[in-house]
Write a protein that binds this ligand. Structure first.
Ligand code: FAD
Length: 463
């Protein structure tokens, strides 16, 4: 079922007398569990037309590097093949997304696209809507509850959003039925159809290759589903009690797949909701992260224009950090020292190694990691931009609404004041003694070792 609130007409233009319905796939890079794709198929059936999918690869995607793009391309190759089985060709174009899609829309009756929440994604859709010769419709599929339905303004914290989401879930937490496309694309598309390897797809792009692909995770919907099944079988039951333990990870590792839209949050939520033999508190704890926390991040970037700026922090947090600006810092590191995991703190170094080497970091270590960057930087502003830059450069799930909300959380966003500490003021502090007290940290050190990293240094500036 595609709820009406997921659908937005972007330009008020009429459906044209075209020869296909064009789906511009951008955020939801999957052939299944995709409301935008199903909407396009339904509209095509009504118009007795085929569907063409276009995906635009751009070398200028904000902060993208080879690591991100290789993971994405692995998924795209699989998506193209899955679409083909449904009788839908996928065309790849290179250049600026809205311009390329507008060029492909010349013979379209209707353009459908998915929803992206970040600034550049919204701008691309606005520009496409103005340039396209026909109606452009956006269908929201990467949130369980559509962002504007969930809350009408920026939510102060999870406590504000949670009751709204809980009330709305019965309407939106429903499976999406796949519709069979009646009319296939003829003659078959030959020019520009997606190739068969990730390497081939990326070949025309000039990418920052200083951060290379990882071998720890493979991109694509099949791998995402495999991880989901494994998580439900082996991790979910422990999730409520043990998700924070870095020494014995039990989390889903789905965030890179969610980031690239290779798996739908609705599919994950339904699978976890229906998992048998799992304690209710484990299911609830997971859905709190997947729905409440993740959709709080969507709310943040959707309503807060300054989501990637220090100024987006709440005033109490900026005031307390200002009051402690000149507190002595027992350790001060240059950006390169942080990037190269060369601090005095073996736990932090291990977390940075995990990030650089595997493209992910244990969720609990991520909080600790961000907090220590605040403790060891010359100013809170510099700390904020350093954390964002390192996160977005190395994390497979970086450059996501969660990246901005996660980093901002380390500086007080969506949190409340805590007892006063040097440097942090009343922003919540985390320290190594706390880690040692709660978890057998040798297990984590054992996995990610110690010592510096041979990394190519980036600038440390996200802006
Ligand atoms: C400094 C910092 C930076 C972060 N950067 C990112 C980022 O770049 N991309 C990213 O996706 N998440 C980020 N997070 C949030 C969180 O750490 C990750 O979502 C989590 O590590 C993903 O691992 P997982 O998929 O195994 O999570 P699981 O525990 O299995 O959770 C399932 C899903 O729920 C969502 N989720 C879990 N925790 C959070 C959270 N705290 N906030 C919002 N959504 C959550 C994610 O989509 C995740 O995949 C950041 C957090 C911090 C503190």
């Amino acid at each position: 079922m595609i709820q009406q609130e997921r659908i937005r007409d972007l330009n008020g233009k009429a459906t044209a007398r075209g020869s296909y319905v064009l789906y511009w796939m951008q955020a939801a890079q999957r052939a299944g569990d995709n409301h935008a794709l199903e909407y396009a198929v339904g509209a095509a059936n009504d118009l007795d037309l085929p569907v063409l999918v276009v995906f635009v690869l751009t070398g200028d995607y904000p902060e993208a590097n080879l690591r991100h793009c290789a993971f994405m391309a692995e998924g795209l190759v699989e998506t193209a093949s899955d679409l083909k089985k449904r009788g839908i060709p996928m065309m790849i174009r290179y250049g600026d997304p809205h311009g390329e899609v507008a060029a492909t829309a010349g013979k379209a009756a209707l353009v459908v696209t998915d929803r992206g929440y970040l600034r550049h994604q919204r701008l691309w859709r606005e520009r496409l809507a103005a340039a396209a010769p026909c109606r452009v419709v956006e269908v929201e599929t990467d949130a369980v509850v559509p962002v504007a339905e969930a809350y009408g303004r920026e939510a102060y914290s999870a406590a504000a959003l949670r009751p709204r989401l809980e009330r709305l879930l019965p309407r939106y937490l429903l499976p999406l039925k796949e519709t069979t496309l009646r009319k296939k694309f003829t003659p078959p598309l030959t020019d520009g159809e997606a190739g068969t390897s990730a390497r081939e797809l990326l070949a025309p792009l000039r990418l920052d290759s200083s951060v290379g692909p990882v071998t720890s995770l493979k991109g694509g919907a099949r791998e995402a589903l495999r991880l989901l099944e494994g998580f439900i079988e082996h991790g979910l039951a422990r999730y409520g009690r043990e998700r924070n333990n870095p020494a014995a990870p039990c989390t889903s590792r789905l965030s890179p797949y969610l980031h690239f839209g290779q798996i739908s949050p609705l599919r994950v939520a339904l699978a976890v909701t229906g998992a048998g033999g799992v304690p209710e508190e484990a299911r609830g704890a997971f859905l709190e992260e997947l729905i409440v926390r993740r959709e709080l991040s969507l709310n943040f970037v959707y309503y807060q224009d300054l989501y990637d700026r220090y100024e987006a922090l709440p005033s109490w947090a900026r005031e307390t950090l200002e009051a402690h600006r000149h507190d002595p810092r027992p350790y001060l590191y240059r950006f390169e020292e942080l990037e190269g995991a060369r601090t005095h703190d073996p736990y932090w170094n291990a977390a940075q190694r995990e990030l650089v080497e595997t493209g992910v970091m244990h969720p609990y270590m991520r909080m600790y990691w961000g907090k220590q960057i605040l403790a060891w930087s010359p100013s809170p502003e510099e700390a904020f931009y350093r954390a964002l830059a390192l996160n977005n450069r190395y994390a497979l799930d970086g450059r996501d609404p969660n990246s901005y909300a996660g980093v901002a959380w380390c500086f007080g966003k969506h949190d409340r004041p805590w007892p006063r500490r040097p440097v942090f003021g009343t922003v919540r502090q985390m320290n190594a003694a706390g880690l040692r007290r709660k978890f057998p940290m040798e297990g984590y050190l054992h996995r990610f070792g110690t010592g510096g990293l041979p990394v190519v240094h980036s600038t440390g500036k996200s802006k």
